[in-house]
Design a protein around this ligand. Structure first.
Ligand code: ADP
Ligand code: ASP
Ligand code: MG
Length: 457
């Protein structure tokens, strides 16, 4: 049994859904489970509808919603799914009616809570999977639409809910297994879940990859396939460096590090359930289904290049905390991290000296509260508009001279922080946002002048 996850572009319109049906048809003997994202940019649009409504712009929000509905109906129609009588059309209408009610409520209350954001966002995946189920049926495959909220049980941390694995594993066994046993292809929404109390949640932006891995692990799948719009995991984001190469094979640790430091191709949490069950993960291009993509495996295969890929994140904030009072005192770092932990804000990169600590954070919604607390520990200064650039490779451990190559590539830039990860498979720099493209291109040129043909294409 395999789990095949299709991202937004891979279900964005009738053509993409038809390609998807062909991909699934070719894998029918492997008992595929389909996990799908919302069509194209639907999630962003739905959240925009909610925000517009909460500002009191009721009509504007309803108009936006109508546009989203028309797009879904148009693609469904192109796929030969009738608009007036078909169950899919009925489901689409019912969902949009519910959303219109939500919009009216939001416009009246003028308050948008994370709970309502999740309720709204969930319709994206519910719509796409309803259409997809019928597409598979129309292409001669027995498909069954599932409600992921029956299976993915989460806490109530709305917009980035945590998975309750024991409950989820049991629910997957109860609801999904019988469908597969009956010879059907379950069509499952990525990204959404439900609390034990029954509220709809989402598990974080880009979370459909994670959903696929959760389902794959719960089902002991043979393979988790992440179908997307690029050839696999590449040496860097091809939107930034068009010469980026496909990586044929990469380890779970390397992929986790890349995902964590911004390679959007894979949600950072995807790896965890897959590693737990040692299930291989493939990243594949839904536009070119015959290509081999990238395989993520337990061990890093030997590679002549020290760096396998470069990830980056922009819009990062650096927080510096200095305290001469704390000189040589123990507990200084502990106090600082406790403050971040209290606000549930993850820290990405850390560099320390005897009297100061610099940290980076991605999220700034709680930053001013955090800074107020930090000021009790030392002098605080905050700098925004920074970027993290992270070179990842299992071979960094073994090949000397890597910092030299990196520093040469970055010699014209002001480097604000450097960290060589504890795992010894990454070296990370923090620079100004505006210098990011030149840094990534420089590093890419320096590390991938020559590539090991066994690992890179
Ligand atoms: P999906 O909708 O299929 O989940 P995403 O947009 O979330 O797709 O992720 C795919 C995108 O990730 C690519 O279009 C690419 O621009 C970006 N990306 C960033 N880093 C990498 C990388 N190292 N390799 C491949 N793609 C990357
Ligand atoms: N549709 C969700 C998002 O846009 C989840 C996903 O695509 O993985 O974030
Ligand atoms: Mg994604």
């Amino acid at each position: 049994m395999i789990v095949c996850k299709f991202g937004g572009t891979s279900v964005q319109d009738a053509e993409a859904m038809t390609r998807l049906a062909q991909i699934i048809h070719a894998r029918i003997k492997q008992q595929p489970v389909v996990v799908a994202s919302a069509m194209g940019k639907t999630t962003n649009q739905l959240l925009e509808v909610a925000q517009t409504a909460a500002k009191g712009k009721r009509q504007e929000a309803l108009d936006l919603l109508t546009k989203i509905k028309e797009k879904h109906l148009k693609e469904a129609q192109k796929l030969g799914i009738a608009v007036t009588e078909d169950w899919v059309a009925e489901a689409i209408s019912a969902y949009f009616k519910e959303m219109r009610d939500l919009v009216k409520g939001l416009a009246a209350l003028r308050e948008l809570t994370p709970r309502v954001m999740d309720a709204m966002a969930s319709y994206g995946e519910r719509l796409s999977t309803a259409i997809l189920t019928q597409v598979l049926e129309n292409n001669g495959m027995p498909a069954q639409l599932m409600d992921a909220r029956q299976c993915i049980v989460t806490d109530d941390n709305f917009t980035r809910a945590g998975i309750l694995f024991d409950l989820t594993d049991a629910a997957v066994a109860e609801h999904l297994k019988p469908v597969i046993k009956a010879g059907k292809i379950p069509v499952f929404q990525g990204f959404i879940g439900r609390t034990t109390g029954g509220s709809t949640t989402t598990i974080g932006r880009g979370g459909s990859d994670y959903s696929a891995a959760i389902v794959g692990a719960a089902l002991d799948a043979d393979d988790i396939q992440i179908w997307t719009d690029v050839d696999g995991i590449m040496t860097t984001d091809p939107r930034m460096v068009k010469e980026a190469r496909r990586i044929k094979s990469i380890s779970f640790n390397e992929a986790a590090e890349l995902a964590y430091f911004g390679a959007k191709v894979l949600h950072p949490a995807t790896i965890i359930p897959a590693v737990r069950k040692k299930i291989p993960v493939h990243v594949l291009n839904s536009y070119k289904p015959d290509q081999e993509g990238t395989i993520i495996t337990d061990e890093a295969p030997p590679c002549e290049n020290p760096v396998k890929a470069i990830a980056f994140k922009s819009g990062i904030t650096v927080v510096n905390v200095a305290s001469t009072r704390m000189l040589m005192a123990y507990g200084f770092l502990n106090k600082i991290f406790e403050i971040f932990a209290h606000y549930k804000v993850p820290v990405d990169v850390v560099a320390t000296s005897e009297v100061s600590v610099s940290l980076t954070v991605d999220e700034t919604s709680e930053l001013w509260d955090i800074v107020t607390e930090l000021k009790k520990v030392g002098e605080v200064n905050v700098e925004g508009s920074k970027s993290i650039v992270c070179c990842v490779g299992d071979n960094l451990k073994n090949i000397p001279g890597v910092p030299h190559i990196a520093f040469s590539a970055l010699q014209d830039l002001k480097i604000q922080m450097i960290s060589q990860g504890a795992s010894a498979i990454n070296i990370t720099f923090v620079i100004d946002d505006e210098r990011l493209p030149e840094a990534v291109r420089g590093l890419h040129d320096a590390f991938f002048k020559k590539v090991d043909p066994l690992i890179f294409e």
